[in-house]
Design a protein around this ligand. Sequence first.
Ligand code: CA
Length: 230
Amino acid sequence: MTRVLVVEDEPQIVRALVINLKARKYEVDAAPDGASALQLAAARHPDVVVLDLGLPDMDGVEVIRGLRGWTRVPILVLSARHTSDEKVEALDAGADDYVTKPFGMDELLARLRAAVRRAEPVGGADGADDVVVVETEGFTVDLAAKKVNRDGRDVRLTPTEWHLLEVLVRNTGRLVSQKQLLQEVWGPSYGTETNYLRVYMAQLRRKLELDPSHPRHFITEPGMGYRFER
Ligand code: CA
């Protein structure tokens, strides 16, 4: 059973989410503010978090930061805000995806399923037995163990960061289009959310490149996509 933590202060939205999620056999906890969300998350270990950014006691971005201090649980943000800055800030803090209010329940459920799927360990069905360790001068990617090592230490990546890295590394030296990356990492209904890629590529560069502002490994092909070079 998949356990969902809904963090939202508007009772009508909570009710609609709880009814729809329970009807699809999800187990649901609900928190009306940030403080109880952080407590419930620690107590119940949800498989996915649906998080409103506008909470009465703190900014939802603070909740994301609080969660990311100890968990990689997928976080799907609900935002009434329309400026892309705030969405980027949420993604930057570690959210995996967002839905803008007012949202369609079908879209939200599809994104929720995609977020849960991304976090699930892949069963090695996709050729995980060819090249498994890719080394650069600065870091090593072990595709089988799903680990990245830099200077003798494991680098902590979120499931979304890992998935993006994995797709790029499996295509070393080849251009991977924006659309292909979005569909492989976020799901088939994606394709135009290029700001997701900008945010996550910046995070990968920050964690792995020696000089993130002059990347040698995670190369942008402007307007087309990205390429990983060893
Ligand atoms: Ca709200």
